[in-house]
Design a protein around this ligand. Sequence first.
Ligand SMILES: [Cu+2]
Length: 163
Amino acid sequence: MTITPRPALALLCAAALGALSACTEPAQAPATQEQEAEAAALTVDNARVVLPPVAGNPAAVYFDLSYSGAPGVTLDSVEVAGGGMTMIHDYAEQGGTRRMVMADAVPLSEGTPVSFAPGGLHVMVMEPSADLQPGGTAEITLTLSNGATTLVTAPVRAAGDER
Ligand SMILES: [Cu+2]
């Protein structure tokens, strides 16, 4: 999918001139209107980080996604502040056993909620740091294939807690 730049900012500026407002450029490269719209189109509920029973093992992240944006978009990556590399995993039947497999990109479509939950889709977080403590919170960034990002704050749970 290609994102076509639109002169939306210029139009806003032109409108603002009538109100004598100065037209200021954001200091950082702004997200395009499309990216902001796509980020708003993603709703993340019930996000939580579950720490491993053994320190140093990967942590897991679960959440419920609903999406109402343009079709053809996937969830491409999930980053966790205080954690290392992340991977999106799923479970699948292989040779009669249920194994963990890589899920590179998770398709999102309107009217089809996607749940990351124990036994199914999950985010594995390598090398969770000591910043991630039970009862604390973690900042999680979800990035879509169109470049839109959504930041959520999730509670951190101990391995033995409810997942
Ligand atoms: Cu996994």
